[in-house]
Design a protein around this ligand. Sequence first.
Ligand SMILES: [Zn+2]
Length: 327
Amino acid sequence: MTWTPPRTCARPASTKRCAHHASVAAALLAGAAILAGAAGAAADPLPVTEVAPGVYVHQGAHEGPTRENLGGYANIGFVVGRDAVAVIDSGGSAAQGRSLREAIRRVTSLPIAYVIITHGHPDHMLGTAAFEAERPKVLGHARLPAAVSARGPFFLDFLKGVLGEGFAGTKLVAPSETVAESLTLDLGERPLRLTAHPTAHTDNDLTVLDEATGTLWAGDLVFMERLPIVDGSLKGWLKVLETLRRVEAVRVVPGHGPPSAPWPAALDAQQRYLESLLSETRAIIAEGGKIEDAVEQVGRTASQDWLLFEDNHPRNIVTVFTELEWE
Ligand SMILES: [Zn+2]
């Protein structure tokens, strides 16, 4: 917005307001609205559920990015400690990040000291810019920066086309600190244990365990209801699930699905699907079958169990076939 200084109105203020003053006032109001939007004061708070004391989750809808969902459709949220707040996944755009920040401010005025990114998919990490004024530490897997620079520009381009003006202010924010193995943060009598995993859903999956409540934020290592997407390694993912199963938690916040679910039972359906991909694709490869045969035949029994099955299942098969072809 450009600013020109107001001219002096010839009419005294006590008489009828001059048109010029009225237009200056309108311009000021419009400018204030733009600034408020950019700063987030005007954002509607995202609806959140407190799934355990101090653990708040916004449940993503089972859909792709739209103007209405502000590009966000993952489960995202925050944990409140005695001294500080940690955001876990910032959302699909700066606009969704601002709404998440507004939801936090309805709960607490404590500083937002950390933004933790579970992996570099756009619905989980593109809201980070909304928190810049709070100067949080932004944390992610050691391989997150490489993943973001490889695909981030494509995500920005694509989503700008979908969201239009609603995407304003969204940008890629590099983590200020990365995690190669594990790291424990303290929000004040509230330790959060961050664990970096080997390649599974992606090559940069990070989980967060809130030890106080036994709540595991799994990111997209755990999908429920909506079909899991293999973007890393199927065999790697199955191996990581074995490790995850041993995590002493009572509930999980999955990357997609209900805001929380009992642990580790929440893993079962996903594990069955991933195991069927492994065994059925291997069988087709062993018979000399082609990728098209696999797309046609593999995993079909699971089609009724998952939402968005047709949108993502064929792509999973292509990824999995390529992974298993030369083993
Ligand atoms: Zn993901």
